[in-house]
Ligand binder design. Sequence first.
Ligand SMILES: [Fe+2]
Length: 391
Amino acid sequence: MLDNYASLNANWSYPTAIRFGAGRIAELPAALVAAGIGRPLFVTDPGLVALPIVGKALAILDAAKVPYSVFSKVDGNPTLANLDDGLAAYRAGGHDGVIAFGGGSAMDIGKTIAFMAGQARPVFDFEDRADWWTRADPKGIAPIIAVPTTAGTGSEVGRAGVITDPSDHTKKIIFHPLMLPKVVIADPELTVDLPAKITAWTGMDALSHSLEAWCSPFFHPMSAGIALEGMRLVKDWLPTAVADGQNITARSQMLIASSMGAVAFQKGLGAMHAMSHPTSSLRGSHHGLTNAVVMPYVLAFNQPAIDEKLAALARYLDLPGRSADSVVDWVLALRRELGIPHTLKEIGVDESILPDAARMAELDPSNGGNPTPLVAADYDRLFRNAIHGSL
Ligand SMILES: [Fe+2]
């Protein structure tokens, strides 16, 4: 039964203005005008700040005589300290908006700086729980322009930022509808120099978003449709984007697959992300890589609940056999082709993360979107399967 949703009742929103296409970073000054920003804080990460793509974007701002300053003190998994530093830079520079330029970490911290610019309460009071977002003063939220430079997180079309809480080492999702960027510039030319490994890992993150959204039990047919097409784009283009990074068509298709994955996951995520979040928090593992490693174990574990959905996906992707097993086989083959390890052990994660990781996975917000909600004992088994390669 494909249409077995948890409920036929939901709130939906899809509103992001995206300027998509090669070379469109040239429209950054026009996007600032459209977003009502006169004095942006340009937020990026320390790896990007020295690269030509940042230099080119800043030269475009200079040519348009836009006053700005740059903030790039962001960790791979953004922390509360990063946020505090960013807010200090925002206030010191008298800024009135943010350009969030980069991959997931730069976009998450940039969006959260803009959100926190005028709030009186501490950031974790706005964690994505119940209606905590209504605690925020909407007038204190600065406008955001998002410019993705990786194809995976899709944070440019999302209304949240993920910040690690130092008090319990968990990643917390900070959510508010006005964290949705006013304008997105999605320029595939910014992604052509991404190393093959990062292209593969971030691309697998995009796949995990669409795949978990497709499998989640929540009612959101618009997201379901987007998830399917997002996965087709990954299947048809990720191997090319990894093998030939300069291929602008493959880079374009992966950039849109990334945005589509993030739109799709309004429908929910699942155990891949519930496992990946604590693994990254506890061991610093790359988010997309971790999702890619755990992906087939989660699919196999969930298979009784998603057999028909996976078979429908196999038909859409035109996989040999057109069954649920075909999807697992395809994921395994894709991982091999992209050079992604088969076990968590191979990426430096062993049983020492248990039982903390299993307990944290149960509590992770993504667990609620898994086809069957799991408890810590289930996650303990799943982690052991993924550590030891037991499919
Ligand atoms: Fe993700």
